[in-house]
Write a protein that binds this ligand. Structure first.
Ligand code: NAP
Length: 483
């Protein structure tokens, strides 16, 4: 089980509010009280009546916080926190000896932040900070790639082996693994909240990623893409692992490029990933073993590690067809797919294979032709002509959050029988609402998302999980995910 603790970071603009948020962090092992944004700061009031150990942090604007009252005032706040019995105070390392460390070293978290990237002298910086004799050394650097995390993990694990208390964090999207797999980074705790780029909400960290149950033997899966922080796949697959009591976790893996992913996946022994934009095609070209659909489309959405190799497959086609064919009889229908990207190819392959007369309509003719070549569909004109379809599939991102007031077609052209929008966020797009008003039946993209995730999960684990597990997790994720 995880040895790293959960430190919930709370921020507020008033002392009262900060205390309330502190007390609301019931799942925390300790709380970081960010006093730098508090306008009526009463340090003893912030600490009074706490039930968990606290770190008092007063971070300046220059170091990524919001305190702009000057160095003297900042020192007074920290001195007051020490006087009031704070278990820890956070002090930013400035490279020179600090008399407060000599006196209060056992209660000091000595921090160094680098918002521009991973400095080349990180190990030397760590040694210098460690030599001061503080309780905890915290290094937070911007991770620009997944591979930026590997030296951080090495440094953290070395320090932990030497009995030192350390927190080493990669900030930003690619750094999320360092927060969830904090144990593998030697960290004595992981900061949870919304105070820094890439920080994970405490509830998500504990419940979705099962932080407290992770250990060195936990298998690691993830979603490879860029960006991926908005993805619902972690919510679904982690719910699946929980449902079958599998010791596995599924992370967002925001890679700089495909090489970055493969190197990181070897270093961290990643067992499998879902692949999303913009990597589906390049991953396909890099993997020797792929299923027939992946080969045909030239893109894959799933990877599985088999010893030191990868196997790939594409379950977008089956994921697209499952909700459609389980609910509707489309024999003899004419289908129009709008868009010519990966989703359009998967949809049109599925439709053509199901015997449906299919047209691809896209704003770029050459892309439509390419998608038609792959799938055996024909190319239609764009914008779509009136009375030309029974089934309309939107395979463009038009209508997706935050552009929720957009639709790929005017309401007046929604004159067919069924509209299938592959966009799943929001679950009811403007296109679907207008189609329903015009008397069409409708199908949203969430069901495809769930169907393809379920297939990925079964491929990795060999176990079937009820659709409802993925569906509930995806719906809950939709309401909590910030796009
Ligand atoms: P993609 O490869 O980037 O293709 C997007 C296509 O949409 C391209 O043909 C693009 O044309 C076209 N497009 C973009 N903006 C447009 C606009 N304003 N008007 C007309 N055409 C436009 O993306 P994808 O992977 O195929 O995904 C497309 C959508 O399907 C996304 O919203 C994605 O979330 C959704 N999707 C859902 C699922 C699911 O499980 N429900 C699975 C996969 C994808 P250009 O090439 O000219 O830019």
């Amino acid at each position: 089980m995880a040895q790293s603790q959960v430190c919930v970071t709370v921020r507020a603009t008033t002392t009262d509010q900060l205390r309330q948020r502190r007390d609301a962090a019931v799942e925390a092992d300790l709380v970081e009280l960010r006093v730098d944004g508090v306008e009526d700061l009463d340090v003893s009031g912030v600490l009074k009546g706490r039930s968990k150990p606290a770190i008092v942090t007063c971070r300046t604007v220059q170091d990524g916080g919001s305190f702009d009252g000057g160095e003297e005032a900042q020192r007074r706040i920290i001195a007051e926190a020490l006087k009031c019995g704070a278990e820890y105070v956070d002090i930013e390392w400035n490279g020179s000896p600090d008399p407060r460390i000599t006196k209060h070293g056992s209660r000091i978290v000595l921090s160094s932040h680098d918002f521009s990237g991973r400095p080349s002298d990180l190990a030397d910086r760590y040694s210098a900070m460690r030599a001061t004799g503080v309780a905890v050394v915290k290094l937070a650097v911007k991770a620009k790639s997944l591979m930026d995390l590997v030296p951080l993990a090495d440094l953290g694990c070395r320090a932990k082996r030497d009995g030192e208390q350390v927190v080493i964090i990669g900030m930003g999207g690619p750094g999320v693994a360092s927060r969830i797999l904090a144990d593998r980074f030697g960290a004595c705790w992981s900061y949870a909240g919304d105070a820094a780029p890439g920080q994970v909400d405490p509830d998500r960290l504990i419940r979705e990623f099962r932080f407290r149950e992770l250990s060195d033997s936990t298998e690691v899966y993830g979603v490879l893409g860029n960006p991926v922080m908005h993805s619902l796949s972690p919510a679904m697959h982690n719910a699946g692992f929980r449902a079958i009591s599998k010791d596995a976790v599924y992370l967002p893996l925001e890679a700089a490029d495909v090489d970055d992913f493969f190197s990181f996946a070897d270093a961290f022994r990643i067992s499998g990933v879902s692949v999303t934009a913009p990597f589906k095609e390049e991953v396909h070209s890099r993997v020797r073993e792929s299923d027939p659909i992946g080969k045909r489309i030239g893109a894959v959405n799933t990877l599985q590690r088999v010893q030191n190799n990868w196997r790939a497959m594409n379950c977008d086609v089956d994921g697209f067809l499952e909700p459609l064919l389980s609910r509707f009889t489309i024999d003899g229908w004419r289908a129009t797919v709008i868009g010519a990207g990966g989703a359009a190819k998967a949809a049109s392959v599925g439709l053509v294979e199901s015997g449906v007369l299919t047209k691809i309509c896209a704003r770029r003719q050459e892309k439509a032709e390419e998608a038609a070549r792959v799938s055996g569909a024909t190319v239609g004109v764009f914008p779509v002509e009136p009375n030309s379809w029974d089934l309309l599939v939107n395979a463009t991102p038009v209508g997706m959050t935050p552009q929720v007031n957009e639709s790929p077609l005017p309401a007046s052209s929604l004159d067919g029988r069924l509209v299938y929008d592959l966009v799943y966020n929001p679950s009811r797009t403007l296109l679907l609402k207008e189609a329903a008003k015009r008397g069409c039946r409708t199908l949203g993209g969430l069901e495809m998302l769930v169907a393809q995730a379920k297939r990925q999960f079964e491929w990795w684990t060999g176990v079937q999980v009820p659709n409802s597990v993925f569906e509930t997790a995806a719906k809950n994720g939709l309401t909590s995910t910030v796009e």
